[in-house]
Every structure is written in C-alpha cells, then in structure tokens.
Design a protein around this ligand. Structure first.
Ligand code: SF4
Length: 378
C-alpha cells in the first residue's frame, strides 16, 4: 500500500500538515486540494495548498504547491498528510483504517536482533513532534484506536508527556496503544509523570523476551535492559498504568517460553494482556535470520503450553501474526487478526481456504519467508 509519494514543491518553507479533499467546497484552513487534471481558477478560500498531478504549474499567487505527483489515487477524502519542503507527501492518518500510528522518533536505546524498524541515530524528535502536534487536532474525534511507536517514544523526554497530554485533550474517546521498551520507566519519576496524565484509554505494550536477564539483554542488545524493563513495569503498575507484555517468537525466545509464561504470572500478574507474536521478516531479521528463524510449526507445542498456562491462570492472552493453519484448532480462539491492513497479505493457496476470512494471514514481507506448513483448511 502506498503511503508516500513525491512531487515538485513550490513555496513550501516548512513542513505542512493537513487533510486532503478533492472538493473545493470542502476546503478550509486545514486542508489541501487534490488536483488530478488542470485547474482553471483557484478557490477563493483560505486553504493550505494544492497537491497536483499536473506536469507544469503556473504560480498565480504565493500558494503552496506540489505538482508533478505521480499518483494521488491512494489518498481518500479526509486523509491527513504531511508535505515537506522537498515535496515529500507522507500519509499520516487514513480515515478508512483502524491501524493508524504516530511515529514518535526513530531513535532507540535498544537494538533488538529482530527490530522491524531499525533505529536511526538522527535527531528527529523536534521535527516529528511538531508534525504530530499539528496532526492530532485534525484526527477525527471518533477515531477508535491510535498507536504510538518508534524507535523508543520515551526518548522524547518532556515532549513525550506533552504529546500524551495533547492526545488526551483532543482525543478523549480514542484507545491509545503505545509501544515502548519500558526501560525508561525504571526511573520512578517517569512512571509518576505518566500516572499524572491519567489517561484510562492508554495501554503500554512492553516486550519481555525471557525470564532470564542474559537472554533478554542479548535479544535487545542492551545491558541491564531486563532489569530496567521489569522495574519499569512495576513502577508503571504502581501508578495504575494499563500494561501489555509482548513476546516475539524466535529461536532465542522459544526455549524458555514456558518459563517466561510462569515468570509473567508470578511477577507481573497485573498486566492486562500478553501477546505472543510471530516474527516479521523485515528490518534486522533477514540479516539475523540464522539466529532467529524457527518454522512456527516447529514451536507450536511450546507456544501452546505457554498460552494455555497463562490462560489457565485467568490471564488475557493472544497469538499475533500467526496463520490459523499453523496452530492446533484448540488454539484458534487465541489467534487475532493482528496485522495492520497496509502490511497484510495472503499466499495464492489461501484463496481456497475455508478459514480465509478468520485468518490473519501474513505480513507482506513474510511472503518471502514463512512456515513450510501453510496449507488451506477444508
Ligand atoms: S491457508 Fe492461508 S488463509 Fe488458510 S489458515 Fe493458512 S494462511 Fe490462513
């Protein structure tokens, strides 16, 4: 799915954020006009600018324009985009999707073996914050769920709390799902400040990959990460934060999976949800594939044991990113259609499967690397 495009910019002096519309009647000070063909006369309204497919553009006033854009087809009425000084047009929010996510920063203090979005050491925090600050008030108030991811969002420092405060004010009815490695919350004041924001719709998804510190630290490639994350989880629980533990399934995490499940029940009983997640074949994973790959079919006994154990203790458990045909039927009730629409795909053989509509399928990038045991259910 196309989420970015580029054209030739005119007059754009700083990043602009606005909704798109093809209807000049709907233009307001927060919107861009999308133009497929030629435009005879500029609307007399106040609006942000024009995004056009035209090859040539005659500048009439000092309007903001991006022209010669290869396609605008992917943009729906009301989608929200950012337009950069270089003519890059990034889709920030899609009105027809339940899977919208704000990018907080691409910086991270961990460097996980299987990171799907490897960290970049560039100072993007202020730029992204300014874009998100403009974006949040434009998001429809009936938005059901919004993700926040990185990098590691807490590296924003004070801006992290400013962002969450703004979200609570602007989107009080939206479920917010924040992905963080949780390490920063080992410092009590960070958890306390989050507690002060007091957003009951905020859930933090935090990875714990092993019950043994050396294994976790190796997977996330950061010393002391295990102790920081566990302390962070406890601090967050003391300030009544809603928590989810996320476990990515691969060669390093599978051998101690049942022990990890028992550790979670014993030491983190306050978490609201535990998600066991199939491996994404993107980012660092292809480079570390020898260290990571196990066919999901091969670990289904370990996964089943861990899931059944936690569910048996009354904990809310899910299996993400795993096709139904890999799992024993008694575990289908834990499987969720977890893959965001823009990165979700199926194999050609899936077209004959009777469970196609119930199955979450694969990440688009996992079409290249998937279980050998995928086969239609009849
Ligand atoms: S064959 Fe395809 S649709 Fe059917 S369960 Fe397997 S992955 Fe899902």
């Amino acid at each position: 799915m196309l989420l970015r495009t580029k054209g030739k910019p005119i007059n754009i002096k700083s990043a602009l954020v606005g909704k798109v519309t093809r209807n000049p009647e709907r233009l307001d000070e927060n919107s861009f006009l999308l133009v497929e063909g030629s435009i005879s006369e500029l609307p007399s309204k106040n609006f942000i600018g024009i995004l056009s497919r035209q090859d040539e553009y005659e500048v009439i006033n000092s309007e903001n324009i991006v022209f010669k854009i290869p396609t605008l087809e992917h943009l729906m009425e009301g989608d929200i985009v950012s337009v950069g000084i270089d003519g890059n047009i990034n889709t920030l929010y899609r009105v027809n999707s339940f899977h919208n996510t704000l990018l907080a920063t691409e910086r991270c203090n961990s460097n996980c073996l299987m990171c799907s979005q490897p960290p970049k050491d560039k100072n993007d925090i202020n730029n992204l914050y300014e874009i998100n600050k403009k974006l949040i008030p434009l998001i429809p108030k009936d938005c059901i769920e919004l993700g926040i991811s990185g990098g590691e969002p807490t590296l924003m420092g004070d801006l992290f709390f400013d962002l969450l405060s703004q979200i609570k004010t602007e989107l009080p009815d939206t479920e917010i799902h924040l992905l963080t490695n949780g390490r920063t919350f080992a410092w009590d004041y960070m958890a306390e400040r989050l507690g002060e924001i007091d957003n009951k719709r905020l859930m933090l998804g935090i990875p714990v990959y092993s019950d043994y510190y050396q294994v976790h630290d190796y997977i996330v490639q950061a010393e002391n990460a295990f102790y920081q994350t566990i302390l962070g989880l406890h601090n967050l629980a003391r300030y009544n934060q809603r928590l989810e533990v996320r476990i990515v399934l691969h060669k390093q995490s599978i051998p101690r999976l049942t022990r990890l499940a028992k550790y979670i029940y014993k030491n983190l009983p306050f978490v609201e949800h535990v998600a066991f997640m199939g491996l994404e074949y993107i980012g660092y994973t292809p480079h570390n594939i020898e260290k990571l790959w196990i066919d999901p079919y091969e670990y289904r006994d370990e996964l089943g044991e861990a899931v059944e154990y936690l569910a048996g203790q009354g904990m809310h458990v899910s299996i993400y990113n795993t096709p139904l045909c890999i799992l024993p039927e008694n575990q289908w009730k834990f499987a969720r259609k977890s893959i965001s629409d823009w990165k979700n795909d199926y194999l050609p053989i899936c077209s004959t499967c009777t469970k196609l509509n119930d199955c979450g399928g694969l990440f688009t990038w996992n079409l290249k690397k998937h279980s050998e045991h995928i086969k239609p259910i009849h």
